[in-house]
Design a protein around this ligand. Structure first.
Ligand code: SAH
Ligand code: SF4
Length: 352
């Protein structure tokens, strides 16, 4: 019989499994607590589950923590992890603000949803890799759980407060797995991360924006916009040919109508692009939207030919956007010294 990944199951699924094995349902709740709340690394740590029960469960469930291949620590408290998956593929994820002195109240993990990415945006290191496969629910959650487990070895009180789906991959092309992972992260007997503290970032898969509004209206949405015209956006993000700006903007409006939540429009700024004209066109495009622009200085990846703007250029463009009537924030870049910033995640395949 095929075995399921213990980390990819909801509490209800574990309870049902227990019932089907003739065991009390609360055993399922105990397992859920060990896996999703206590973030243990294996069966042996589940002290209230007898060895005999464990053996029965192991015939139906496998428990395989992700293998930590590399950890990098930035001066700003950001940490980047490279995890190897059971089939030998690898993903990167990032923990931001792990600096107890400066950030007491926010520990944000940035999760990957795919190995590589099929969208192929020209400015993105992951996109340049091509696409290998979707991550399973257990692998998506495994990143958060293993980071939690590793950090608790240093600090038993450690807990995550926020989750962003902004790592490798396009979350909306792995929709069902991402939604299930979100529900488990939010579960009151799991990591208990509030829906409003979870953000999904998409390159603009318009129909899925509406699905999210219907399925989970409290989850935050970030839309990677990056350009104000189809012509420019086509050149940067091939997904725009499938879902052009008009369709994307319509989906965004419907999203806010359904959820009443503000959208974050991500705009990566390249050196020399921040003109008054660009600001005006963005303002026109976003005129009917409820949301704000989050300005990201582009992180140049090899081969893209794009250049990072100067800090003054970013500030100047931000004030042009403000003058044009768009609320704007500037992204504080994390972990640039360890290539952990937006768009820099890429598993470098080691030559064997
Ligand atoms: N696939 C999703 C989420 C992962 S990318 C998406 O595209 O939204 C997370 C964010 O990083 C996106 O806003 C993306 O556009 C941005 N990004 C990618 N490459 C970048 C780069 N080189 N510099 C700055 N931001 C980048
Ligand atoms: Fe994929 Fe997002 Fe990178 Fe585009 S920016 S290639 S959608 S991960």
């Amino acid at each position: 019989m095929e075995r399921s990944d213990i980390r990819g199951l909801t509490e209800t699924e574990l309870e049902e499994l227990c019932r089907s094995l003739g065991k009390p349902a609360f055993r399922g709740r105990q397992i859920f607590d060990w896996v999703q709340n206590k973030a243990v690394g294996g069966w042996r740590e589940m002290r209230n589950i007898s060895a005999e029960d464990q053996k029965t469960f192991q015939e139906r469930l496998f428990f395989q923590p992700l293998a930590l291949k590399k950890e990098q620590r930035s001066q700003d408290g950001t940490r980047k992890y490279l995890f190897q998956l059971p089939d030998g593929e690898a993903v990167e994820c990032v923990l931001m603000n792990y600096d107890r002195r400066k950030h007491r109240d926010r520990r944000t993990v940035c999760l990957s949803t795919q190995v590589g990415c099929p969208v192929g945006c020209v400015f993105c290191a992951t996109g340049q890799e091509g696409f290998t496969r979707n991550l399973t629910v257990g692998e998506i959650l495994g990143q958060a759980l293993d980071i939690c487990r590793l950090l608790r070895a240093e600090d038993p009180e450690f807990s995550l407060t926020n989750v962003v789906f902004m790592g490798m991959g396009e979350p909306f092309l792995n929709y069902d797995q991402v939604i299930k992972a979100i529900r488990i992260l939010n579960h009151e007997r799991g990591q208990k991360i509030g829906m409003r503290r979870i953000t999904v970032s998409t390159s603009g898969i318009a129909p899925r924006i509406l699905d999210l509004a219907r399925d989970n209206d409290q989850v935050g949405l970030a839309v990677s916009l990056h350009a104000a015209s189809d012509e420019e956006r086509d050149a940067l993000m091939p997904v725009n040919r499938r879902y052009p700006l008009e369709e994307l903007m319509r989906a965004c409006q419907e999203y806010t109508a359904l959820t009443r939540r503000r959208i974050t429009f991500e705009v990566a700024l390249t050196a020399g692009q921040g003109s008054k004209e660009t600001a005006r066109r963005l303002a026109l495009l976003l005129r009917e939207q409820l949301g704000h622009v989050n300005l990201i200085p582009i992180n140049p990846v090899a081969g893209s030919g794009l250049k990072r703007p100067l800090t003054e250029e970013v500030a100047e463009f931000a004030s042009l956007l403000t003058q044009a009537g768009i609320p704007v924030s500037i992204r504080e870049e994390k972990g640039t010294d360890i290539d952990a910033a937006c768009g820099q995640l890429r598993q470098r395949r080691e030559e064997s």
